[in-house]
Write a protein that binds this ligand. Sequence first.
Ligand code: HEC
Length: 431
Amino acid sequence: MENYLLDWANLLLRWLHVIAAISWIGESIYFVMLDNGLHKPKDEASIKRGVFGEMFAVHGGGFYHSQKYLTNPPFELNEDVHWSYWKSYTTWLSGFALFALLYLANASIYLVDPAKMELSGAAASAIAVGFLVGGWIVYDGLCRLISPTMNRDGLLSIAVAVMVIGVAYATSLIFQGRAAFLITGAVMATSMSANVFFWIIPGQRRMFNDIKAGRTPNPLDGKRGKQRSVHNTYFTLPVVFLMISNHYAFSYSHEYAWVIMALIIVSGALIRQFFVLMHAGKKLYALPAAGTAVIVAALFVGAPQQALEQPAVAQTAAPAVAEASAPAAGEASAPAAATAAAPAATAGVNYAQVHEVMEKRCVACHAAKPTQPGFAAAPAGLVLDQESVVRANAARINTAVKSKYMPLGNMTQMTDEERVIVDQWVSAGAK
Ligand code: HEC
């Protein structure tokens, strides 16, 4: 019952999170479009009023005429002015709640990868939260240090890109692949919301109050708001990729998953640049072409690796398993693995052997009624004690097992020999 309610909480929070993110990012994309789509006003009255730029639009059965003033609007600034911040905060708060409910509350299942680093759940959680806070401190520090008066924003962008790729690399050394992708995305997303909270909104408030009181606003506030908004638009595409990638084990369970992340971050930036320029009237098709080329490069990097060096193992399967089973003679699995792998080199593995592996290593979680504490239903909907399910998902199972993504954190202590059994069965056509 408790797990069932937690699953609902998870689903509802995710719903909220996605809706809030769509509203936030949608609005920010709208304003990027508006800013770049502005043109100088033609009518005398607007020019006299000091309009910086304007745009005409038709939408939702009506016509719109937006005009932008930099710091000297000729109308009264009052409560009617629309501010944009709750969408951003809601996105972050629901995202963090989801992260806490899913990952921090089950850190030893979802964060820790003992093959990478032997961490307790509490330590892994502390490090994960440290990345979010530390990421913001370092990013904000870089902005203040390198481009304090927005004078070296080009150099700053390079430094920020290097930092984010550093996070991708570091997290993939510490955490499970899926968590590494998520945390890297969350580091960027946290900085995005923190930009809104610590700089963009306070800066706009100072400008608002100065103008209201008849003082000249500090131009740095406006420039900084712009700088941080621009960073946010660069972060957007990669963040969304990293957030949805958790359904695609091939992307994050790869040995060079951090390179895939880095390439996606670069391609996201290139594609973003195209859209920004497009609204300003320039169509630089080289940009999306380059972005696509970078994605193709990611495709090559991520191509399934022979994680277990399958051909070599197949030839030497019998002696290798014999050796492996000797010290583990007391373990019930050893003879099974030996008989399974020995004929594999010649006759192939049959389903019964795979079934045995599933029973031992997978069905604690992947059953209609899991026995593993914390699970209310078969994860990813995969009920692996059913032959039809195993057959239908053979390729997916093999990817997950070969890359050692499954069993999660190797909680059920699957052996390499068992991974070879699954691989050989699937490679031979899952017969
Ligand atoms: C400790 C619990 C646990 C064990 C044990 C476990 N799994 Fe999973 N498995 C999960 C969870 C949780 C997910 C969902 C994670 C996700 O969406 O990527 C999952 C997802 C999967 C997926 C879908 C991944 C994808 O997105 O393609 C496959 C395939 C899979 N498991 C196979 C296996 C196999 C095969 C075994 C046994 C060798 C196994 N699992 C053991 C918890 C477990």
